[in-house]
Design a protein around this ligand. Structure first.
Ligand code: NOJ
Length: 810
């Protein structure tokens, strides 16, 4: 079953059946103000933090309610409906609707009994409030008088958990007022005259472009007893009763009427935000200018379309194109901005940036907005502790040089993170490498950046400290200890148990430090890193390779996890893919272990994280046992890992396999099986249930997942083969044999590259000839020793003009 389609020209996903198998959401807003909205207007908004700045209510794990509702009522017949199909939910035979989710806006269009409505929700670029612009048109032959009711349910206070659970307090700190064009909600208003004025919060819900006929600030009065959002008594009555809440549950509800002659249209605008009274008044006045919303939505479109336009690919596969050009890219920005803070699943408990997640999320946008990435790289480097470890959770108001750390009780109390994770700081290496390779901004290596607790240093030395942290946290056999977790939150290998995943991360970190040291002509560091890399290579070879595979870890009791004859979890995906990504496995071994992965772990929905799932034979630290088999880390298809297997196959030049894995888990490729998939077919989710589940193929935990950035890297660097380094760009696509050609338009260091790849003989990889502006590129080894023999697929940045015509013949 299909519920929508991609409008690639408009960069929109259009839902043309509102009864989707789950709420399909979009993100609006900026780091200052976030809003999540579903195709039925469900969702919530928050200022800065989903956990501590929650403005409106949303009940998780329920029927996608409440939300941002506009009810329309024919005042002659008394019949009423909502401009989003839900919450009134008119029969779909009579009620036609489409939802256009776009980049920073969501437009709902509906037709019911000759009234056509268009409702556009958006947060103006860089603003900290939201706009709902309603336009209705009378498609009939007789005049109509339509009442419009805007409704929103405020939280009683900004701390989500408090609002949800501490009712004996939160129900009695708030009240609402009516101020001519808006409802004003106050929280702790008595503190206005007291010392702690900062505790006072005011939110507003206002109307512009039309007269307020009636209003209500009290949820119970708006809904009516034993009524709910689908049949509010006030809408049934056609008038709001003017009750303002004093204690209990507040809301913002405003009513106006729009008179419509046949084929005539009328519009108005509702506004929501956290503002003081005068600010709200001034803001609403600005929206009396009915041309403002269109201008603002156009500004949003051009802002996002320009950003996403830094890479445009046209391959034979529209699903691939739609995801790379628009939706995977937009999702990368959303995870970059919101980390794992607020979705329709993550209810905002995590009040800050998870270190590993954020440093990985940065990778997804480097090719589109390196400047934005740079700021976050420096921010995360400043969240590294002086001994090289990384703060597992970085607060939004992180204050470098003055932060507590996991060794301090205060830190684990305030963040819930008692100890370090073995992988966190090691993500800095691929992220910093990708940034410097994309931009050529090698000066960053010498930039002085503070540590979270004390002291400051060059970024290059911060990286050295990260390696020191790993070398000071070695476990059994001299391999890196797994500590509290090692990317896999369900693997607790502890201080002595060791992680093969982290071993490959560390091996790759040495490789990247060698490249930086070579560039800096720092032969001492280059020598030291080369010595360490070789030493570790030998340890990995001796202890991590068993029979035909790399194992997953070794416990402190020297029990190997993930060996061939283990009854459960005897093959793990990540050690195999990372053996290739880190450069440890050569071509021959790389191909054999990835063939084993394809044979043992691949399914029609993607490769499983490990198999068989744990049921009876889990070691102490295998927390995945908590999950049902084939769910999440317990043998599910953990979608972030698909990005790594795609990249690994591509690095080996196996385009067919790389794209096979891509399409198995690509949301767009599952657009036609939405009832199986459940979640949005335009963004990645965290995992898909696999073979042990009665619901194989069902996906969960939408939007905020590392899958977005990891698959983006797997596609851009892997499949499309855009592999920059400090001095230029290697063009090394790994594509399906059936792709006879494709094109790319890429902005690289401010220069435009128009790239055409020809593959008439159906190769999966390789380069016969590469011409740049008509000049053939001479075969040469990559300057940074990417290990590939002489190949003619390298473009020195120094030869690039403002606009370049590049042709690669495979
Ligand atoms: C989700 C977490 O956000 C991420 O940090 C972790 O790597 C994966 N789960 C795997 O456990």
């Amino acid at each position: 079953m299909q519920y929508g389609y991609f409008d690639s020209k408009k960069r929109e996903y259009v839902i043309d059946r509102p009864d989707t198998p789950a709420p399909w959401a979009n993100y609006l807003g900026s780091p200052e103000y976030g809003a999540i909205i579903s195709n039925n207007a469900g969702g919530y908004s928050f200022v800065k933090s989903g956990a501590a700045g929650r403005l409106i209510r949303y009940r998780f794990n329920e029927q996608d309610r409440p939300g941002r509702y506009i009810y329309l009522r024919d005042d002659e017949s008394g019949d009423y409906w909502s401009a989003s199909w839900q919450p009134v939910g008119k029969p779909l035979e009579q009620y036609k609707s489409i939802c256009r989710h776009g980049t920073g806006y969501t437009q709902l269009e509906a037709d019911y009994k000759d009234i056509h409505s268009e409702l556009c929700y958006y947060v103006p670029h860089g603003a900290d409030y939201e706009v709902w612009r309603l336009k209705i048109t009378n498609k009939g032959s007789k005049a109509r008088k339509i009442s419009v009711f805007g409704f929103v349910e405020f939280t009683c206070e900004s701390f989500y958990e408090q609002d949800q659970v501490n009712l004996q307090y939160t129900q009695f700190i708030t009240r609402t007022y009516f101020k001519e064009k808006f409802i004003l909600q106050t929280i702790n208003e008595n503190c206005l005259n007291a010392v702690n004025e900062s505790r006072v919060e005011t939110r507003f819900f206002g109307l512009a472009g039309a007269k307020v006929e009636s209003y209500c600030g009290d949820r119970a009065k708006f809904l009516g007893n034993y009524h709910d959002y689908g049949n509010p008594v006030s809408v049934e009555n056609g008038k709001l009763d003017g009750t303002l809440n004093y204690n209990m549950n507040p809301c913002g509800a405003l009513h106006t009427t729009l008179e419509l002659a046949p084929s005539k249209s009328a519009e108005c605008v509702f506004l929501l935000g956290q503002k003081r009274e005068t600010q709200a008044k001034d803001l609403i006045a600005r929206y009396e200018d009915s041309t403002l919303p269109d201008r603002e939505v156009d500004e949003l479109k051009s802002y996002w379309h320009k950003k996403l336009g830094n890479l445009k690919v046209t391959t034979p596969d529209d699903n691939f194109n739609n995801m790379i050009n628009t939706w995977n890219a937009y999702q990368c920005f959303i995870t970059f901005i919101w980390s794992r803070a607020a979705s329709l699943i993550y209810c905002g408990q995590r009040n800050g940036y998870g270190y590993r997640d954020t440093v990985q999320d940065i990778q997804g946008i480097i090719h589109l907005d390196p400047d934005m990435a740079l700021e976050k790289i420096k921010f995360m480097i400043s969240a590294q502790v002086n001994h090289g470890g990384a703060l597992p959770l970085v607060k939004y108001n992180h204050n470098p040089g003055h932060e507590d750390k996991p060794e301090d009780d205060s830190y684990s109390k305030s963040t819930g993170h008692p100890s370090y994770r073995a992988d966190d700081a090691l993500w800095l290496f691929p992220t910093v490498w990708k940034y410097i390779a994309e931009t050529g901004n090698t000066a960053l290596l010498d930039e002085i950046i503070p540590y979270a607790d004390k002291g400051k240093d060059t970024l290059f030395n911060h990286l050295k400290k990260a390696i020191d942290f790993s070398l000071n946290h070695l476990g059994i056999h001299g391999l890196p200890a797994g500590l509290h977790a090692d990317w896999n939150d369900c693997l607790r290998l502890g201080a002595k148990g060791v992680s093969v995943f982290v071993a490959f991360q560390l091996y790759y970190a040495f490789e990247i430090m060698i490249r930086f040291a070579k560039f800096k002509k720092d032969s001492a560091t280059e020598k030291e890193m080369t010595k360490q890399k070789d030493r570790f290579g030998k340890i990995i070879e001796e202890h991590c390779w068993k029979d035909d595979r790399f194992v997953r870890g070794i416990t402190e009791n020297d029990v190997t996890v993930g060996k061939k004859d283990d009854p459960e979890a005897n093959i793990w995906l990540n050690p195999q893919s990372w053996a290739v990504i880190s450069g440890f496995a050569d071509d021959v071994r790389g191909k054999s272990i990835l063939d084993l992965v394809h044979k043992e772990l691949n399914t029609k929905y993607g490769a499983r994280i490990m198999s068989p799932a744990y049921r009876k034979h889990a070691f102490d630290g295998a927390l995945a046992l908590l999950f049902n088999p084939s769910t999440k880390e317990n043998g599910g298809i953990f979608l972030q890992t698909q990005g790594w297997i795609i990249l690994a196959e591509a690095l080996l030049g196996r385009g067919n396999r790389a794209v096979e894995y891509y399409l198995e888990s690509s949301p767009a490729a599952q657009n036609g099986i939405a009832d199986t998939r459940l979640v949005e077919p335009y963004v990645y989710s965290q995992f898909t249930e696999s073979v042990d589940s009665p619901f194989e193929g069902r996906s969960h935990v939408h939007w905020l997942t590392g899958t977005a950035s990891t698959v983006m890297v797997g596609c851009v660097e892997g499949i499309l083969g855009l592999r920059p380094d400090i001095d230029g760009l290697r063009l090394s696509p790994a594509i399906p044999a059936e792709w006879k050609s494709f094109t790319m338009e890429k902005v690289f260091r401010g220069k435009k590259l128009n790239i055409k790849v020809n593959n008439p003989d159906g190769h999966e990889s390789g380069c016969k000839k590469l011409t740049v502006n008509g000049e053939a590129m001479e075969p040469q080894p990559s300057p940074q020793g990417e290990g590939s023999p002489l190949e003619g697929n390298y473009i020195p940045a120094s030869i690039l003009k403002a606009e370049n015509e590049i042709i690669l013949d495979m």
